[in-house]
Design a protein around this ligand. Structure first.
Ligand SMILES: Nc1ncnc2c1ncn2[C@@H]1O[C@H](COP(=O)(O)OP(=O)(O)OP(=O)(O)O)[C@@H](O)[C@H]1O
Ligand SMILES: [Mg+2]
Length: 380
């Protein structure tokens, strides 16, 4: 088994709809992450793929085989659960090998497979310990070990790093990514942490209220978010948003929000004029002196991020965040002028939050055109 395909999958719990009209293909050997806020249907989706929940409607395929009727143990998937519980009275080795014992795999084979899994995770010296004698990170690895000890077509991981402290998460993040490269199998990973999604995935599927918002590579999600929700959820510190209106003034396309104006030369015609302008903090400049096209404001607060400073400037009623290199030498409440790079602006429809224009869509369109041409002519 390689590819996992969901077609118009829906899951209801009584009157509540947890997952709605979800169509998604997870490619062979891909690392796909389902991301979204708490309650958006991530675990439910994974449990349907795994066979622990039945879809209320729609179909799930593994390669070309429909698996909706198959129980979990017949599905060739291995899962790490969100609330993993290790057997406290069994050793690490017994915990890892438990599924194999249930499958009546010969003892010698179990030992060999447990050792291989444990070595991959760097816990081969801990096999005789009990879970209580382990640190949180080691326990988390045992939970992973239980999943990877089985040879499966797809590995499903539901927030496998949720119980770790920030530092361990970063280490384990890289280790899981490495594990994926070594195992060369399909990984479906669930998290509510957008940084994990960004750093680990081949593609990211963003869910909100049980609905798929966008499924694309991390760069695409970041540069060309399909909706305001995706734009806001993905990226840290998050994108700035200003509500306003698009107008033609003095022969220029202009975004206006109260007294604030941003000129957007070369903006194509859009089908709505009530918009929210989105700009990522790294595309906002701040200067101490007035500049052409900059918006006047006052420094509201500064936060050191390390090499950069996150500067919040009060512009009219709006707070605009800029990520600028250190040192930043404008004091609190001092005048500051905010420059928004018009080439980096995103515009979202106020009516439904869909993206009307993305910063690099012109480039994206050019790339697509070039790719299409290459396909047609057979020249890569
Ligand atoms: N067994 C159940 N019975 C009733 N409602 C459920 C059940 N399981 C999940 N739900 C509901 O379905 C929705 C989606 O739940 P799900 O567990 O898939 O969310 P999630 O995205 O995994 O959230 P989290 O990040 O908190 O783990 C939620 O509103 C939840 O309350
Ligand atoms: Mg969950």
């Amino acid at each position: 088994m390689a590819e996992v395909r969901l077609e118009a999958v829906r899951k209801e719990f009584g009157k509540a709809v947890a997952v709605e009209d979800l169509s998604l293909t997870i490619r062979d050997r891909e690392f796909l992450t389902l991301v979204g806020p708490s309650g958006c249907g991530k675990s439910t989706t994974l449990r349907m793929i795994c066979g622990l929940e039945r879809a209320s409607a729609g179909e799930i395929f593994f390669d070309d085989k429909e698996v909706g009727y198959l129980p979990a143990n017949k599905r060739d998937v291995s899962m790490v659960f969100q609330s993993y519980a290790l057997y406290p009275h069994r050793t690490v080795g017994e915990n890892i090998g438990f599924a194999l014992r249930m499958m009546r795999v010969p003892k010698a084979t179990i030992q060999e497979k447990v050792l291989t899994a444990a070595t991959t995770l760097g816990i081969e010296d801990l096999l005789d310990r009990k879970p209580r004698e382990l640190s949180g990170g080691q326990r988390q690895r045992v939970a992973l070990g239980r999943a990877i000890v089985r040879d499966a077509g797809a590995y499903l991981l539901d927030e496998p790093l949720s119980n770790l402290d920030a530092q361990l998460r970063v280490t384990m993040r890289a280790e899981i990514k490495r594990l994926h490269a070594d195992l060369r199998r399909t990984f479906i990973y669930v998290t509510h942490d957008q940084v994990e999604a960004m750093t680990m995935s081949d593609r990211i599927a963003v869910l909100k209220d049980g609905r798929l918002q966008q499924c694309a590579a991390p760069e695409e999600i970041y540069d060309r978010p399909a909706t305001r929700f995706v734009a806001k959820f993905m990226g840290s510190p998050p994108m700035n948003f200003l509500s306003g209106e698009l107008r033609d003034e003095d022969g220029v396309r202009r975004f206006r929000s109260g007294d604030l104006a941003v000129d957007l030369p070369g903006l194509p015609d859009l089908d709505e004029s009530q918009v929210e302008l989105g700009i990522r903090p790294e595309h906002v400049r701040v200067s101490a002196t007035p500049q052409e096209g900059h918006l006047p404001g006052k420094v509201f607060v500064t936060e050191l991020l390390g090499a950069d400073v996150l500067v919040t400037v009060k512009v009219g009623e709006a707070l605009v965040k800029a990520r600028v290199p250190t040192p930043f030498e404008i004091g609190l409440d001092s005048a500051a002028y905010v420059g928004i790079d018009p080439r980096k602006v995103h515009l979202f429809a106020v009516s439904d939050g869909r993206a009307l224009h993305n910063a690099s869509s012109a480039q994206g369109a050019a790339q697509k055109k070039a790719q299409k041409k290459a396909q047609e002519t057979g020249v890569a």
